[in-house]
Design a protein around this ligand. Structure first.
Ligand code: IMP
Length: 424
């Protein structure tokens, strides 16, 4: 039986899942995304060509692979069409190999408007969202005000839904003349693009079940990371979806037995964008060096990412809630020039030592990291393709992580290119 893998982020997103999915997609037949939306920015470098995908699964870059966007994803239909067009211009045909769940909720222009209004009302207490309308779209989904892909093909009902929405949300829309709240325009724009998406609309759950039965190998592609999970992350400084394995089951309509292996992606240090607690955050030269060497600027928003040392407490949490089998360690090369490298092995909270992430943020804001310091290896790892050829100090660093987490490494990324990878 083919092996189905799921790739999930183990930190606050931006772990390098795009590259890992791109590499694993080589051996898969199908790639399916299950949550999030255009808040994601998955970067893939093929030769000199850089692709940044927000909605479409990263596997699409591999010609011939079939890709699905599940019901758990919130789809900005206009953004999706732009992304399809970009791929077409790059000569990547998606015609008969990208499909979207008819039950996927759509991100409407007014969701983006609400996202920015909310963030500006929150002022200094803002979440620092990507302003892609993700939170408002998921809120409408759960509140049962959502518009789904299938609704585009029942125009009268669609018009009714849009009008009803405007009526029931007059608290937000009164007094605004922003065109993103103009339901007449949204209606006609949606009808204009509906024919483009029609042939891509499927029941993803049924399709995946068929592929599974036929022995095809499926790769499940997560977005964001465990610490941004709406239930188990640093709520409310989180995204609005389940970024962990549970999200794949509900976001695609599959049973747990379809998942054979959970691959957790771990960046060799930590980054975070947006607000919220980050116990190992650095405010010194080392943090700046990680940001500059690692090119730590958001792929979706361009914002500088906050940087810090690797946090094993957060990673233990991520591995447990995902049932991680193996980790893919990314951006090891970014540490190549660091004389000293630290790993957080525990926290202290009011003088007490703790080894797990407190779910109550009023505690997490106050924890202090306990560090183990390592000597850096001070030599380039980028050209290395064999684990045993890594400098001993780099092997020690990685060994310390795997021993603590109790999981093996399946691959190590030492650069953005496909070939800059150690496969284990
Ligand atoms: P939202 O998902 O746009 O609502 O943003 C909520 C939080 O999740 C903010 O802190 C964002 O910066 C963060 N976030 C959302 N998507 C990503 C991602 O793909 N990578 C990293 N952070 C993300």
């Amino acid at each position: 039986m083919a092996k189905n893998k799921i790739v999930v982020g183990c930190q606050w997103g931006d772990e390098g899942k795009g590259k890992v999915v791109d590499l694993l997609a080589e051996k898969a037949d199908i790639i399916a995304r299950f949550q999030g939306g255009a808040n994601a920015g998955h970067t893939i470098l093929v030769g000199d060509k850089k692709y940044i995908l927000h909605l479409i699964p990263s596997g699409i870059i591999h010609r011939g692979k079939i890709c699905y966007i599940g019901n758990g994803v919130v789809v900005d239909p206009f953004g999706l069409i732009e992304e399809l067009e970009l791929l077409r211009k790059e000569g990547i045909d998606t015609g008969d190999r990208l499909f979207i769940s008819s039950a996927a909720n759509l991100v409407m222009p007014y969701h983006k408007l609400i996202d920015s209004l909310q963030e500006s009302k929150r002022g200094n207490d803002g979440i620092g969202t990507t302003l892609r309308g993700i939170g408002p779209a998921y809120r409408d989904k759960v509140g049962r005000f959502g518009i789904r892909l299938c609704d585009l093909y029942a125009p009268d009902k669609l018009r009714e839904k849009l009008d009803m929405y405007r009526k029931t949300r007059s608290d937000i829309f009164s007094g605004t003349d922003d065109e993103r709240a103009d339901m007449g325009k949204i209606y006609s724009d949606l009808l204009e693009i509906a024919p483009i998406l029609k042939s891509r609309m499927v029941n993803v759950s049924i399709e995946l079940a068929k592929h599974h039965k036929d022995g095809k190998s499926i790769l499940f592609e997560g977005a964001q990371g465990a610490m941004l999970d709406v239930d188990l992350g640093t709520y409310p400084y989180a995204t609005s979806s389940n970024t962990t394995v549970g999200g794949a089951l509900t976001g695609l309509g599959i049973g747990p037995k379809m998942l054979d292996e959970v691959v957790g992606v771990v960046k060799a240090y930590t980054t975070r964008v947006g607000a919220g607690p980050f116990p190992t955050e650095l405010f010194d030269d080392a943090g700046e060096k990680l940001r500059e060497t690692g090119g730590e600027y958001g792929a979706t928003t361009g914002r500088p990412r906050r940087t810090g040392w690797l946090d094993l407490v957060a990673l233990r949490h991520a591995c447990r809630i995902n049932g991680v089998d193996k980790i893919a360690v990314t951006k090891l090369d970014v540490l190549d020039g660091m004389e000293k490298i630290k790993i957080c092995i525990g926290y202290t909270l009011d003088g007490r030592e703790i080894n797990e992430v407190p779910l109550d943020l009023s505690d997490l804001w106050h924890v202090k990291p306990i560090y183990r310091e390592f000597d850096g290896w001070m030599t380039s790892t980028t050209e290395i393709n064999d684990f045993n050829a890594l400098p001993e100090k780099a092997r020690n660093y990685l060994g310390f992580i795997t021993e603590d987490l109790g999981v093996d490494i399946c691959l190590i990324s030492t650069g953005a290119r496909r070939e800059e990878t150690i496969v284990m």
